[in-house]
Design a protein around this ligand. Sequence first.
Ligand code: PEP
Ligand code: MN
Length: 338
Amino acid sequence: MIIVMSSQAKEEDINRVISKVTGLGLKIHLSEGKFRTIIGVIGDKKLIAGLPVEVMPGVEKVVSVTESYKLVSRDFKHENSVVDVDGVLIGGERLVIMAGPCAVESREQLLESAFAVKKGGAQFLRGGAYKPRTSPYSFQGLEEKGLEMLAEAREATGLKIVTEVVDVQSVEVVREYADVLQIGARNMQNFQLLKAAGKAGKPVLLKRGLAATINEWLNAAEYIMNEGNYNVIFCERGIRTFEDYTRNTLDLSAVAALKLISHLPVIVDPSHGTGRWQLVCPMARAAIATGADGLMIEVHPNPAEALSDGQQSLTPENFMKLTSEVAAIAVPMGRKLL
Ligand code: PEP
Ligand code: MN
């Protein structure tokens, strides 16, 4: 249930409603918008149904929510959410670009990538220190050593760091180094990990599962928000279909759908979404034209030598080309890149 307070509601009206709800043992989530406060009520459905709040002073209306998610919904918060990562805003007028190698391979490779993506206009350096690989014989990542290299690259460039956390045990160490915790496609429904990330006190980039519906994805975000962490960013990265020319099928309609349903920012990863570097730039342009708030792009100083995902990684030169093309598409969308 969502309680929409009137724009004239006084603080004491809001507090009275909150005490009524919490007094019954129900949990609340507050959304204090520019014009009105919205109170999300969570708990036993029977108790909620009997709540006599509709007639309380300052209450405009009560909306019963039939979906299994609430906090991610635009019913709960009408305005777009902007996630503030120490001054870099995700979901505002300026588009956000997260770029870098698939995996942190060495200090030199990472620093070279970091300076290249910074030059191209990225605000975030990406790079996996823990890699969820299909084969156990593939490069698995440098783990904490890789995190240290990411932190060094942040010092050297001023870029923010987004990196993947693959299990509950490593949340603690990853949160020490990362500015944004990435939850990968293979872990989108790892509910224990979602809860741990929700408690970690850092913004979370939630990638779409390989075979997840939009509804399942929204519910995954709800798990994080239900822990009190409202700084969640969706990342569409393609889903499995019968098509095998591309690695995945990049579902840009999901971006438009999420913008309708949710207030949270949405970015797009055309690198994993296509699996082919030649398709990354066209799909990046399309993503911004669809209304995405930013992009995640794999960039490697020498894709032919990459230890993972070289075939979908852009050279620094091609990344520069991508950002200049994306900057042009941003203008008619009322957005800007740099
Ligand atoms: C990644 O971005 O490093 C990654 C592994 O992507 P995904 O989880 O989308 O496959
Ligand atoms: Mn990759």
